[in-house]
Design a protein around this ligand. Structure first.
Ligand SMILES: C[S@@+](CC[C@H](N)C(=O)[O-])C[C@H]1O[C@@H](n2cnc3c(N)ncnc32)[C@H](O)[C@@H]1O
Length: 203
């Protein structure tokens, strides 16, 4: 069952229904320039991106309801221009089932949990299989923006992206280079480097 959240907003969706697609609840939205902050956490990036580009649609998605709720309230207090939508949803469900083909202009995956232990590797988002789904939902020429502080995850992620044969290296992310997420600020304060990579969908 998909319910709109009880908050006094109509831009907050809890997506549990297995076979729901975006067109079922936001028909026609993919006609616009569309960006997704996947695993948005406290949502600093999505909120700043939506404010910077009021003519674009920004989706902020996370499994953590509490976090998402706070971001939605913050964005409402900041009088977001109405272009920011929140989804409480599992990332694979959103990308593999709900989003249609060729719907996103950019997908941002910023400081995802690296799940370093071998027994948790199934939780890592950047599997080869998931790369195919990311390519599916990006428009031709769409950009996949991946950032991490975790060197093994960066290496593995890069290998999977290149190995997919679906992306060429590079893409426009310089316009958002100044927007730092909560986790990025945290890692930087600890003296760690966060590497941002951009990949453009081929075809
Ligand atoms: C390390 S935090 C990074 C948050 C934010 N991108 C940042 O850079 O500050 C990872 C976020 O991804 C979310 N997350 C982890 N696995 C997820 C999944 N499978 N589906 C959706 N969100 C997920 C977590 O709840 C958390 O908010």
């Amino acid at each position: 069952m998909t319910k709109k959240h009880a908050l006094p907003q109509d831009n907050f969706f809890i997506l549990n229904e297995q076979y729901l697609t975006l067109d079922d609840f936001l028909p026609g939205i993919t006609q616009k320039t569309l960006e997704l902050d996947l695993g948005c956490g406290k949502g600093d990036f999505a909120v700043a991106l939506a404010a910077r580009y009021p003519e674009r649609i920004v989706f902020a998605a996370d499994v953590m309801m509490g976090r998402l709720r706070k971001v939605a309230r913050k964005s409402e207090r900041n009088q977001n221009p109405g272009n920011l939508f929140f989804f409480r949803v599992e990332a694979r469900h959103l990308v593999s089932i709900i989003l249609p083909d060729n719907s996103l202009d950019r997908l941002h995956l910023l400081c995802p949990d690296p799940w370093p232990k071998a027994k948790h590797k199934g939780h890592r988002l950047l599997s080869s299989d998931f790369m195919m789904q990311i390519a599916r939902v990006l428009k031709p020429g769409g950009v996949f923006h991946f950032a991490t502080d975790d060197v093994p995850y960066l290496e593995q992620g890069t290998a999977n992206i290149k190995g997919s044969g679906l992306f060429r290296e590079g893409g426009e992310i310089s316009d958002v280079a100044d927007i730092k997420t909560e986790f990025e600020r945290q890692w930087m304060a600890e003296g760690k480097a966060v590497t941002h990579t951009a990949w453009t969908k081929i075809g």
